[in-house]
Ligand binder design. Structure first.
Ligand code: COI
Length: 359
């Protein structure tokens, strides 16, 4: 396979110089496309040639037929990743091997050709390296990367696409939830709809998992909640996840999170927080966690690449509101885990797990 020529091997660029190009207000970053990066990566797959080497091109429209499989039948998976400026002055990304592996597993579930893991990681690094001017100053945010695998070839009858596109775009982002990173979020437990069912695709980062949640999320937002918590489809008893993140429940020194039984997303931040919490003396159980465990907890928090670690201020279930934190004040364990994770991600702390990959 031909290899993409990348700028990743170029000499490190001095932080001040590299941000000169992008005209960004680093103090007002939200989670959006206002500061979308100028360069994206695109690779194409055909049955004759497999994946091509991929290339870096200006961010812009992609051309597909109305008959593209992805537009008709939704053959699409995605990833979320972040690159950040660290305390050593260099730009680093976080556990790209984990996203590469999940992307591969997702492709298999969706009958798409897998992107080789080394090509995935190389493409991510190249996309970051060619958008260094969009990486925020340390502590102001991150460069969010969005790899996509799409069935872009045309088809009419239901079947896999005849050809595929692997692309990565990026944007400078700040906190995901309104109110900022350390403002606790209010959640409501959803009982009419389920996010996923046993044997379905809840454990896959498929595009199709993320729009059915909007109907409840928008209603929750109208009622003053940041998002909803889903329960298991079989018994309506066990926590699954929030629309865009995994969930953890704290009682004393024990932290519980739902196990990866196929219906919840195997989050990279989820896995990292489990390992970090254990290393800091917590007992972490990956086991079925009931909504009553959550209502009885000392603290609840959510994790995800986009949300990082988000403290849950309150949870409302069947009209009962459980308040975990004082207004505007993040929970103790959420703060501890947020600090421990972001200190590694920004190279302020020793990377004893080997998670950080320099660009
Ligand atoms: C992420 O956390 O990076 C995700 O991909 C979740 C998305 C719904 C924002």
């Amino acid at each position: 396979r031909a290899r993409l020529h990348t700028v990743a091997s170029a000499a490190p660029v001095v932080a001040g110089q590299r941000r000169a190009k992008a005209n960004i207000d680093w103090d007002s970053l939200g989670f959006g496309l206002k500061d979308v990066a100028g360069t994206m990566y695109v690779a194409e797959w055909t049955p004759e040639k497999g994946w091509d080497a991929g290339k870096l091109v200006p961010y812009g429209p992609m051309s597909v037929m109305p008959s593209a499989q992805v537009l008709n039948y939704g053959q699409a998976i995605f990833e979320g990743m972040k690159a950040q400026e660290g305390a050593k002055g260099r730009v680093v990304c976080f556990r790209p091997d984990q996203n590469a592996a999940r992307f591969k597993a997702g492709a298999a579930r969706m009958s798409m050709p897998a992107v080789p893991e080394d090509q995935f990681v190389e493409a991510v690094k190249s996309t970051i390296a060619s958008n260094l001017d969009y990486v925020p100053p340390m502590g102001k945010g991150s460069l969010y990367l969005r790899p996509l695998l799409l069935g872009t070839g045309p088809i009419l009858g239901l079947g896999p696409a005849p050809s595929y596109t692997f692309t990565i775009f990026a944007a400078a982002v700040g906190a995901y939830f309104k109110g900022g990173q350390l403002t606790p979020i209010d959640l409501i437990v959803e009982e009419r709809f389920h996010r996923a069912a046993p044997g379905g695709m809840g454990g896959t980062k498929a595009a199709g998992n993320y729009s059915p949640v909007l109907v409840t999320q928008l209603e929750a937002k109208k009622n003053g909640f940041a998002d909803v918590v889903y329960l298991d489809a079989k018994t309506d008893t066990y926590l699954e996840e929030v629309s865009s993140c995994n969930i953890f429940v704290v009682k004393g020194k024990t932290i519980k999170t739902p196990p990866l039984s196929g219906t919840i997303l195997p989050g990279v931040t989820r896995r990292s927080i489990i390992e970090l919490a254990r290393s800091r003396g917590y007992t972490v159980l990956e086991e079925p966690t009931t909504v009553h465990d959550a209502m009885d907890a000392d603290e609840v928090f959510t994790t995800g690449t986009a949300v990082v670690v988000s403290s849950v201020g309150s949870m409302t279930y069947r009209g009962n509101r459980k308040q975990y934190t004082a207004p505007g004040q993040a929970g103790k364990v959420a703060l501890e885990m947020y600090g421990a994770l972001t200190d590694i991600q920004t190279e302020k702390a020793d990377d004893k797990f080997g998670w950080v990959v320099p660009i």
